[in-house]
Design a binder for this molecule. Structure first.
Ligand SMILES: *[C@@H]1O[C@H](CO)[C@@H](O)[C@H](O)[C@H]1NC(C)=O
Ligand SMILES: *[C@@H]1O[C@H](CO)[C@@H](O)[C@H](O)[C@H]1NC(C)=O
Length: 288
């Protein structure tokens, strides 16, 4: 079918703009002192175009695949890893060398009771007693039981410190600062909650949540200071305990008034969750 005059004009205009655009990019690239990012921009755009044309022609070689990384852990590659720069830890589960097959997730029966999470600063004494009981049973389980508290702490350790390599690579798999952050932690909390509930035979048991966005939620709940309860830990830094208003950025040692700390917390979290993350990709963290 012949193109009408209007279509010819737009085709020519488009071709002209494409030429101008390409020439501009090349000239920017040759002036990298003045335009430090132009070279990267050119490579990025040319890389995309190359990707599209390869996709179109279906030519996918090993070379072309290098940009796409697998995010699966190599389950037999577990090794000691650095919890901090100066702290080598070994969180590998027993028998990791011959892992059991993965079990596909089954959605719970839609008729099963809803678990309702409540803000940690506002839970009542009955709830605290129930949570305390579930946690103390979990902490008393032997280490070989995968539901034990130590094994669940190690689960986080494994994926936080890069104890597993990625498949077909020596690159460590880490669940922080990437788009694995939200799904991985939701998964961990989901199963932790179900295990706690099952240990006390309560299908409605729900973990409390941390209401960081209101001043009442900015103080560590009192239950964590009860030294006879399972929430207590002797290694906790007492300078953050109540009545201290927690520093949600967790860096400064400044002795701010509670009012100033609350203001700083709100500004910090607004920046983290809203203004600094306007695009989905930014909110979810970097892609792998
Ligand atoms: C997984 O790790 C093991 C042990 O390091 C290695 O022998 C194997 O080749 C790795 N497999 C893949 C698919 O990366
Ligand atoms: C502290 O925890 C113990 C053990 O769960 C409990 O019996 C006690 O009532 C708690 N004390 C306070 C002040 O909540």
């Amino acid at each position: 079918m012949a193109l009408g005059p209007c279509k010819w004009i737009s085709t020519i205009t488009f071709a002209f703009l494409l030429v101008i655009f390409t020439v501009t990019l090349w000239s920017l690239e040759s002036n990298q002192v003045q335009y430090p990012f132009a070279g990267d921009l050119t490579k990025m755009i040319l890389g995309k175009l190359e990707g599209w044309s390869l996709g179109k022609h279906g030519v996918i070689t090993e070379e072309n695949k290098r940009g796409t990384k697998s995010v699966g852990p190599n389950m037999t590659s577990c090794h000691p890893s650095y919890g901090r720069k100066d702290l080598l830890v070994d969180c590998c589960p027993p028998g990791f060398q011959s892992p059991l097959p993965f079990v596909d997730f089954q959605f719970p029966d839609p008729q099963s009771p809803l678990r309702i999470r409540r803000p940690a600063h506002a839970v009542d004494a009955d709830y605290i007693a129930k949570y305390d009981k579930a946690l103390s049973i979990m902490k008393s389980l032997p280490h070989h039981d995968p539901r034990s508290f130590s094994r669940q702490a190690n689960l986080h350790c494994l994926f936080c410190t890069g104890a597993y390599d990625q498949k077909n690579s020596n690159a460590p798999l880490s669940i922080h600062r990437t788009w694995l952050f939200f799904p991985w932690h939701r998964m961990m909390i989901y199963f932790h909650e179900r295990m706690l509930g099952s240990l006390i035979g309560d299908e409605t048991f729900a973990l409390p949540y941390w209401a960081w966005d209101i001043p009442q939620g900015m103080v560590i709940p009192d239950m964590y200071t009860n030294s006879s309860s399972s929430f207590y830990h002797t290694m906790r830094d007492v300078s953050h305990l109540p009545p201290q208003t927690a520093d949600l950025n967790y860096v400064s040692d400044t002795n701010l008034s509670p009012e100033d700390q609350i203001d700083i917390n709100l500004a910090f979290m607004y920046n983290q969750m809203v203004s600094g993350t306007r695009k989905t990709e930014l909110f979810m963290g970097c892609t792998y």
